[in-house]
Design a protein around this ligand. Structure first.
Ligand code: GLY
Length: 397
């Protein structure tokens, strides 16, 4: 009897993972195409990259040196991957190439976002040999920001008088360096990732597994201060920062198979999905400690990053956690694809409402932002692969 009950429970769990989803991916992809057809009608100058929707309804566009410049072509690559239609590949190629001068940019830690989301996806999907040297040069530029004495990649060149600030967001650029290690055979890229991640585990997290935004180091790697730049307070849990950490440590586990990174990713995931201030629709407030909850702005971008990370993480963990992470991410995608968040109006170009870029600076608060679209598309791809029993990580192909 006990045996049959166990079998029944196992089958129920399996069907929970594979049941036809409420989300109609085909229909959603059609809506996505309409939005980005609208975007391509509005944005013609390939030296200016779509960033966010301004209150007057126009698209704010930024130069290639801005940290978000690679997301738009990344989105076009993901739409190509979702549709297999040549027109999206052509659009992606057109918007990828103008980013190439950033391969020499050593003034930013964001080259992963800028080059790996664009050229990286392009190379993965097309094996266009022209993209590879650009990616390798960019990875070398990023590596110049790593200093062995600190064991960390420096995020910004200065912050509130501190000379070696490192932000949790920086975990997101390690995936690019892992790619470079494999593409070149140069293991120094790999060691940079491990060192940076280990220092981050040591210094960035609190007892409750939430993370600080900025850790300010001296030139020897000693911690001088723990701060925030984009969160509500130094001691608060800025939502997107938690999502960046969750995603980054999941990648660390994928690339190294070291269980300490899996543990860290799970600690962050559990803090995030079980947080008492997480709204019912699973789209977090911009900061878990925002003083004006429930009236505080949401951050759909944090939701999308976390959903994509949780979908990958769900593949690495055992029963119980697997279902919890998968179903949380599925609920996020359901919310983001519904009328509360998804913009079904091609004149508004972007996919998602309600992201918050930098609330303390009153910049991009509760608006559509390009990186929310990127991680939403990535999460949709991952979700679609899981329910169709394919490999889950777009980077694996
Ligand atoms: N620094 C990247 C972000 O705003 O999340």
């Amino acid at each position: 009897m006990k045996f049959y009950i166990t079998i029944l429970l196992f089958l129920a769990m399996l069907s929970g993972l594979t049941a036809q989803p409420k989300l109609n991916i085909t229909k959603q992809v059609e809506l996505i195409e309409k939005q980005y057809e609208g975007m391509l009608k509005v944005c013609k100058d390939t030296s200016l990259f779509p960033q966010s929707l301004l209150p007057d309804g126009t698209v704010k566009q930024m130069k290639s040196a801005w940290w978000c410049s690679g997301f738009f072509s990344g989105n076009l690559w993901y739409i190509y991957e979702l549709t297999h239609q040549r027109k999206w590949k052509e659009a992606a190629e057109k918007w990828t190439l103008p980013l190439q001068k950033e391969q020499y940019n050593t003034s930013t830690h964001d080259l992963g976002f800028m080059l790996y989301c664009s050229f990286g996806n392009g190379y993965r999907l097309t094996k266009n040999e022209m993209y590879k040297p650009i990616l390798i040069t960019g990875a070398r530029s990023l590596s110049t920001r790593f200093h062995p004495k600190t064991g960390l990649i420096k995020s910004w060149d200065g912050f509130k008088g501190y000379k070696y600030p490192v932000i949790i967001d920086n975990m997101m650029n390690l995936e690019y360096l892992f790619w470079a290690a494999k593409a070149t055979g140069d293991s120094s890229f790999y060691h940079i990732c491990v060192s940076h991640a280990d220092q981050t585990i040591k210094n960035h997290f609190r007892e409750d597994n939430s993370s600080y935004h900025v850790i300010c180091y001296d030139s020897l790697g000693n911690v001088l201060a723990k701060k925030t730049a984009q969160g509500y307070a130094d001691q608060s849990a800025w939502a997107r920062g938690q999502a960046w950490g969750l995603y980054g440590f999941t990648v660390m586990y994928r690339e190294t198979k070291d269980p300490k990174y899996l543990d860290q990713a799970m600690h962050i995931a559990d803090f995030y999905i079980n947080h008492p201030q997480m709204p019912k629709d699973k789209i977090p407030y911009w900061d878990f400690n925002a003083p004006d909850i429930p009236d505080a702005p949401r951050d759909a971008s944090a939701a999308a990053v976390a959903a994509s990370g949780l979908l990958e993480l769900s593949r690495y963990v055992t029963s119980g956690k697997k279902e919890a992470y998968f179903s949380f991410a599925a609920e996020v995608l359901q919310s983001l694809s519904g009328p509360g968040y998804f913009i079904s109006d091609p004149s508004k170009c972007f996919l998602l409402l309600h992201s918050t870029g930098n609330k303390p600076a009153n910049s991009e608060v509760d608006v559509p932002i390009i990186y929310a679209d990127y991680y939403y598309l990535e999460a949709l791809l991952r979700y679609s692969r899981i329910i169709h029993h394919k490999k889950v990580i777009p980077t694996d192909n």
